[in-house]
Design a protein around this ligand. Structure first.
Ligand code: APR
Length: 283
């Protein structure tokens, strides 16, 4: 009897988990007009359901990107690294820029954890591997895949907010894939063979997404400039003169203009709070 009760309670909890997660997904999704959210859910779920949660490859989310493609938003796309709170504090209040987390897929899954289990049709929100626990976990593969898709459509003048509160604001420490060595600059994944793309995911391993996944996808044919905003708090450790930014310039596809501006965090907050300041005059 005890075993039956435990099994029932466990079963209910797991089902509860699934329905709560799915309803959060759908209700966040429904804020985006003209979206078949059930179709997006189905494409999402197939990536990890009934799989070992440490064996969800980045490519498992390819059908999701097809079901909910990213639309280019030229001159408004904002990338970031280690500046999540200040960036989103700003984009929440002002319409100047769009981050990944303001798009359909980014906003629907932001802050959530999920995984599947071999032999189960369920979605679980507890007992899932942590971000760094295993390489191919469903959450990490998801963010890597959608970050790549967002970077693939970047166009016009692109902005990136990097942190002056760390020693190395641009930190790829990325081994070059064979296809890149010799060219001495970034590559554009749309032109790559599948086998090389696979290699890129592998070399991108433990590094931050901006440096190892997004910047390498920026294409000069679509992007005019990359404008870095260095977010400076008091006692900043780095700024636009940081040597790591030289790597960023070198990684950029030839033809993309680079600029960098040191901006106090307080100025970004002020601009967020004062809609009378024009977007172009924020920094
Ligand atoms: N646990 C959960 N999520 C994590 C973790 C972690 N330990 N580490 C990183 N992430 C995810 C989160 O979604 C977090 O907000 O990666 C995001 C960014 O982490 P950072 O290290 O600050 O920055 P970076 O890896 O460079 O990624 C930021 O990728 O999300 C896209 O377009 C976005 O330009 C942005 C870039």
């Amino acid at each position: 009897i005890v075993i039956v009760i435990i099994a029932v309670v466990l079963g209910l909890t797991l089902r509860q988990n699934k329905s709560e997660f799915k309803s959060t997904f759908l209700s966040r999704c429904e804020k985006f007009n003209q979206t078949d959210c059930q179709k997006v859910w189905d494409a999402f779920e197939q990536a990890y359901v009934n799989k070992d949660p440490c064996k969800v490859a980045v490519e498992a989310y390819d059908p999701l990107i097809v079901a909910a493609p990213f639309k280019p938003q030229c001159n408004r796309m904002m990338f970031w690294s280690k500046t999540k709170d200040v960036v989103h504090g700003f984009t929440e209040k002002r319409d100047c820029f769009v981050t990944l987390e303001d798009t359909l897929l980014g906003s629907v899954l932001d802050g959530l954890t999920w995984c599947g289990k071999e032999g189960s049709k369920g979605t679980f929100t507890t007992g899932c591997p942590g971000w760094s626990e295993c390489e191919n976990n469903p959450v990490r593969s998801f963010w890597r895949r959608i970050s790549a898709a967002f970077a693939d459509v970047a166009c016009g003048d692109v902005t990136a907010m990097l942190s002056g509160s760390i020693d190395t604001p641009f930190n790829p420490t990325r081994k070059k894939a064979p296809a890149e060595s010799g060219s001495g600059r970034g590559i554009c994944c749309n032109r790559l063979e599948d086998s090389t793309k696979d290699m890129l995911w592998k070399t991108a391993r433990d590094n931050n997404i901006f440096a190892s996944i997004e910047v390498v996808r920026f294409q000069a044919s679509r992007i005019k400039s990359l404008n870095v905003v260095m977010v400076l708090q008091q006692n900043a450790k780095s700024n636009c003169t940081d040597p790591s930014l030289k790597n960023l310039r070198q990684t950029l596809d030839t033809g993309i203009t680079y600029s960098c501006k040191d901006v106090p965090e307080s100025r970004i907050q002020e601009c967020g709070a004062k809609p009378e300041i024009a977007c172009g005059a924020c920094w």
